[in-house]
Design a protein around this ligand. Structure first.
Ligand code: UDP
Ligand code: MG
Length: 326
């Protein structure tokens, strides 16, 4: 019987500070897993157009016997695109583990993923942050809740609120993910959308030790808007419902004003309230139009059908690596 193959897929963007540490910890873990479950563990690292020397570090690293594929994207395409490149390259594997290269995804968890995949027949095993609420501010937690409330309006599939990209996905899920044509890839949503049997494991992400997170609050906000508009049309529905509510209320108010005019004539309320109302509804219309524009813009971008990423380098390491892939 040939051994099952597991690919560790990690996107890498400006991680030269933590890379050596990551590779060392990962290799200890990978060796353990190979022995314990008698499977083969390969690596696929995708350099997402790093501006530091991450890729040359990878290129010069001694991986020993391990089968390693080093991909470099032609520029920074974003983590989701880098992950997609990795999943595409892992087409020969039985399963892939997606993880960050900054050691915020503890390699020790991979063996739990593998155990559940092999013994319980799960199609995917993913980690979720068990104590997000305490570690993040009230404000951020409230925003996240609103976000997932909007996202999870539909009842057919649910996006796990506290899960990230740290997960094992088997061949079926990889094939399903590859078949999704969109250029704008909100991975958390796509994992949930494809379905299959998925098992969640709690974990406590450690703080980033070296380097800085690529995501500041502004970028997170814009990604949130992106995620919502690329995954659900619930906001459009909410807009229509708000319109109906406001129209109903205005009509009722109109009737009230007419009745008042004929039966209880009083002094008119003045121009300030009218101005306030005009400004208010002007603002609401602007927000709604802007949101509508987001959706239209998104369809324009998707209609171009551009590839998700462009490769600049593709290096294979390890004996008969190419043969296995053929
Ligand atoms: N990353 C990437 N492309 C980017 C930004 C990040 O490939 O444009 C990688 C990064 O190297 C890391 C992972 O994605 O392996 C998570 O990034 P980061 O730690 O900055 O995000 P956070 O942990 O703050 O969510
Ligand atoms: Mg991180």
């Amino acid at each position: 019987m040939t051994k099952k193959i597991l690919c560790i897929v990690a996107p890498i963007y400006n991680e030269s500070l933590s890379l050596a540490d990551f590779l060392e910890k990962l290799s200890t873990e990978a060796d353990d897993i190979q022995e314990k479950f008698s499977i083969r563990v390969d690596y696929i690292f995708v350099d997402d157009g790093s501006r530091d020397d991450s890729f040359s570090l990878l290129r010069e690293y001694d991986f020993g016997e391990r089968h390693v594929r080093l991909l470099q994207l032609s520029r920074n395409f974003g983590k989701e695109a880098a992950l997609s490149a990795g999943i595409d390259a892992a087409d020969y594997a039985d399963a892939a583990v997606l993880m960050d290269a900054d050691l915020q995804h503890p390699p020790e968890m991979i063996s739990d993923f593998v155990r559940i995949w092999l013994t319980e027949g799960a199609d995917s095993v993913y980690a979720y942050k068990s104590s997000r609420r305490q570690s993040e501010g009230l404000m951020k937690a409230a925003l996240a809740r609103t976000f997932f409330w909007v996202m999870n309006r539909n009842l057919r599939y649910k996006i796990h609120q506290d899960a990230g990209d740290f997960r094992l996905i088997n061949r079926r899920i990889m094939t399903a993910l590859r078949s999704l044509p969109e250029t704008d890839r909100f991975m958390k949503g796509l994992y949930a959308w494809v379905g299959f049997r998925q098992v969640a494991l709690p974990f406590q992400p450690p703080p980033r030790l070296r380097g800085t997170s690529s995501y500041n609050p502004l970028r997170l906000l814009s990604m949130t808007l992106d995620a919502i508009t690329s995954f659900t049309t619930t906001p459009l529905r909410l807009m229509a419902m708000a319109g109906i509510a406001i129209a109903t209320f205005s009509a009722a108010y109109g009737i009230y004003v007419i009745i008042q005019h004929f039966f209880f004539p009083t002094v008119p309320a003045g121009i300030a309230s009218v101005l306030a109302l005009i400004a208010f509804f002007g603002g609401i219309q602007m927000i709604f139009l802007g949101l509508l524009g987001e959706y239209v813009g998104k369809s324009v971008l998707e209609a171009k059908k551009r590839p998700i990423y462009i490769l600049a380098e593709d290096i294979s390491r390890g004996e008969d690596a190419l043969e296995d892939r053929g």
